[in-house]
Design a protein around this ligand. Structure first.
Ligand SMILES: [Zn+2]
Length: 416
């Protein structure tokens, strides 16, 4: 979650922040992304945590009061100003919210009820008011005094000068990972520079290092102006990078705990055979199921029940053996067997560690000799739903059943 790394940058300038509206709006756009996730993925743990605490019987878009809102929730709910919609986000072609389009809406149409449907990247959004207390701005507001740059003696300290052109700032950018090129970045145009950071760098480097670099360049400048301290550019960059890294780590820890995405299946060509066993204490039967795929062909499936095995793990092992027999009998010689039982993968890869299953392992080894390749890999339960459904369906039958076809068995009620 990004809001933490932005709260400092977005303070008003009186409170020591940069005070420029661009960054504040960008923050809103980032927060709106969290809000969007609450709407789009109501069942993600992230959403359930917030729902349980803040909008139990409502939508995250409803105005809800909480007596002790967390910092995170206050921030997220503040992004409601961006007019997120229950059905879709209207300002992006694919109907999905993105930080970039959210930022554009907030920048360009802060008070307009109905902005146009789709917006493209534009630098106009950056032509907004900057209110940083640099010398040139103070002078323009009638404040008297020198408008020279304290760091390099340049005759005019403009915003672009402080952040991009003053030699110490220029050096920081040159040392940084931000791609630079004399004709593109940094240039004498503030809009071109900010455009570069927001639209070219940000989508590729999603870590927001640049915001921290801006922040510490500003601090370096203030150290000179107020304390006559010279901060070395490499030092400035080091602090900025460290700070960005700390924030990023804190964030990735948080997201990995609350919202772990289901990994994609590995790309392995050839026939796959998803397998599963089903077992329940004190039941007469255990179930075995497999679902086999080969690109360009209809799926094949098998399901049967057998006298209950000793444990759930035994039923997984027996399901593998039966699926291997079926594949061999169907003359399939290259098959990737996929299970959601990680113990099974372990057992087959290190048979000597599993003496209690020696007899099963002997069967598996003999069967493997019939295949050119017969790897056994682990997949998530989500990817193994069909085999699981077949195994459970077979287990709960009242008598012995066995089925192998392109279609589910007639006794099978769920769709596979
Ligand atoms: Zn300067």
């Amino acid at each position: 979650m990004h809001w933490k790394s932005w709260d400092k940058v977005c303070l008003d300038k009186e409170d020591g922040g940069l005070g420029f509206k661009e960054i504040a709006d960008f923050n809103t756009a980032m927060l709106a992304k969290q809000l969007w996730r609450l709407i789009e993925k109501p069942n993600a743990l992230f959403s359930r945590v917030f729902k349980g605490r803040y909008f139990r019987n409502a939508s995250p878009l409803d105005p809800i009061r909480s007596y002790s809102p967390s910092y995170g929730w206050r921030s997220i709910s503040s992004a409601r100003s961006l007019r997120l919609d229950r059905e879709r986000w209207h300002f992006n072609q694919n109907g999905k919210y993105s930080v970039k389009s959210g930022y554009q809406v907030e920048r360009v149409y802060p008070d307009v009820a109905k902005p146009p449907q789709v917006l493209g990247p534009t630098v106009d959004v950056l032509k907004a008011h900057w209110c940083i207390a640099v010398r040139k701005n103070l002078h323009a507001r009638g404040l008297t005094g020198d408008i020279c740059c304290d760091r390099c003696g340049a005759p005019e300290e403009s915003i672009n000068h402080v952040f991009f052109e003053c030699p110490p700032a220029r050096q920081v950018w040159a040392l940084s990972q931000i791609p630079s090129n004399p004709t593109i970045f940094p240039t004498e145009s503030l809009y071109t520079n900010m455009d570069h950071l927001f639209w070219r760098v940000l989508p590729k480097m999603d870590d927001h290092h640049f915001a921290w670099i801006l922040w510490y360049i500003w601090k370096g400048r203030n150290n000179k102006v107020f304390s006559n301290l010279d901060i070395d550019p490499s030092e400035t960059l080091k602090i900025a990078v460290t700070e960005a890294k700390i924030r990023e780590d804190a964030q990735s820890v948080a997201t990995s705990v609350i919202d772990r995405p289901i990994p994609d299946l590995p790309v392995i060509p050839g026939r796959w055979c998803f397998i599963d066993g089903s077992w329940k204490d004190k039941e007469v039967y255990s179930g075995q199921g497999w679902y086999s795929t080969l690109q360009g062909f209809a799926g094949l499936m098998g399901a049967r029940n057998v006298r209950a095995s000793l444990s759930p793990f035994h039923s997984e092992v027996e399901a593998l053996i039966w699926a291997m027999e079926c594949m061999r009998n169907l003359h399939q010689f290259r098959v990737t067997f996929a299970t959601d039982c990680s113990q099974l993968v372990k057992m087959v890869s290190e048979p000597e560690e599993w003496p209690a299953f020696a007899a099963y392992l002997e069967d598996i080894k003999t069967l493997q000799n019939n295949f050119h390749s017969s790897d056994i890999i682990y997949v998530s339960r989500t990817h193994n739903r069909k085999a699981d459904g077949l195994a459970r369906g077979a287990r709960t039958q009242a008598s012995f059943v066995v089925h192998m076809d392109e279609k589910p068995p007639t006794w099978f009620t769920e769709s596979v």
